[in-house]
Design a protein around this ligand. Sequence first.
Ligand SMILES: NC(=O)C1=CN([C@@H]2O[C@H](COP(=O)(O)OP(=O)(O)OC[C@H]3O[C@@H](n4cnc5c(N)ncnc54)[C@H](OP(=O)(O)O)[C@@H]3O)[C@@H](O)[C@H]2O)C=CC1
Ligand SMILES: N[C@@H](CC=O)C(=O)O
Ligand code: NA
Length: 432
Amino acid sequence: MTFKIGLLGFGVVGTGTAKILLDPFGRHPVLKEITIGRVGVRSLDKPREIELSPQLLTTDLESIVTDPEIDIIVELLGGLEPARSLILKAIASGKHVVTANKAVIARFGDEIYAKANEKGVYVLLEAAVGGGIPVIKPLKQSLGANRISSIMGIVNGTTNYILTEMSQKGADFSEVLAKAQELGYAEADPTADVDGFDAADKIAILASLGFGGRVKREDVYCEGIRQVSAVDIAYADRLGFVIKLLAIAKDTVKEDSDTLELRVHPTLVPKTHPLANANGVYNAILVEGEPLGQVMFYGPGAGSGPTASAVVSDVMNIVGILKSSGKTRELDPLLSCIHQHYCQIAPMEDLSTRFYARFLCRDVPGVIGHLGMAFGDHGVSLESVVQIGIRGDLAEIVVVTHDVREGNFRSALAAIESLEAIDSIPSILRVL
Ligand SMILES: NC(=O)C1=CN([C@@H]2O[C@H](COP(=O)(O)OP(=O)(O)OC[C@H]3O[C@@H](n4cnc5c(N)ncnc54)[C@H](OP(=O)(O)O)[C@@H]3O)[C@@H](O)[C@H]2O)C=CC1
Ligand SMILES: N[C@@H](CC=O)C(=O)O
Ligand code: NA
């Protein structure tokens, strides 16, 4: 039996996917039954890493998703359109879909899965989060017996690569970003990586799987890494932390409500924490549930081969189902998506966390006292106050707070900003 896939996109991940499919020796035998039927690209003239028969390549992507010969559509275009419309057309034509496109799923997942369920087809997305790390399928299947209380991790390879190079080699932000683009880690528009949008897409997807409800993408609070400076990386290091872009989804069960914290931001992570040692393009996702406790998924979060590994595993899963149960059976509820309700998201001002803040102060007597008083007035207690340096004619003061309600911390900052001794507050970061 042979199963034909229609590949939409033949870039970094599309090429990696074709490489695996064209070289099945030593891999799972089911791969020998999968062939590439058509490949959709934007430009037919572009030089390609792999030579495919020219008849396979087309710029008419619609003809691929409606081709009766194709069993599975693999969407590796990126971006919102035409990816969304092509996925919907593929579903309407009765095709199963595999996608690596977190941007589309995080925004249009409800529409896509509603149509897929109506049509009785699968839409699998292992490559969309954590690249090559198996995390979607474990969340859907292997961890299904648990009550998940938190999912927290490093889910963007590009920014982790940038932060690692900055902190370990003192590298310059834009040079490292260019290198990440060269290595095929970054999105077509790297703003999605740098400003945290890609990580926000991914945590929206993970939260939906872990907490069993739909998540509106716009509900994810999101800060990127642009404001992380070499100065803060160095202070963090002295204080025993590394700075990581964390994506966090946490159940905050209170007496009368069950809400989720949902956020992406650079975070000071204690060097002893398991997430602190995921460096470079590696991702790490720490899931906590009852009764399991903690489990961590770790591995390459981006790049051609690792991401293609996840794409092809999804294709194989669908082929396995098609081989064993034919095309007419009901969808497996552990592989499909059946959520109906939307998760309630807690407002950021109610978040309780530690903060790191760096102040530039006029070196007048008693400035630390003024800072301490302003914090105290708003119920913010300080874990450490470190007056470390002099920058020009200004004193640089770094504080780390105890856990504090974000709303209180922001009110304290507003009061501090108006103090005569305060020149500016160049950085505010959360601490794990
Ligand atoms: N790169 C990575 O490490 C990872 C990527 N992903 C996701 O995988 C997907 C693909 O990413 P990646 O391979 O890096 O992207 P690339 O930019 O390398 O490749 C995109 C491919 O899609 C084709 N394409 C894009 N738009 C159109 C269009 N409008 N019409 C026809 N063809 C089009 C391009 O054609 P042409 O070649 O002619 O330009 C190219 O072949 C994205 O959703 C990304 O988020 C997920 C995990 C990791
Ligand atoms: N641009 C993304 C690619 C994988 O999802 C990243 O850097 O993680
Ligand atoms: Na994955």
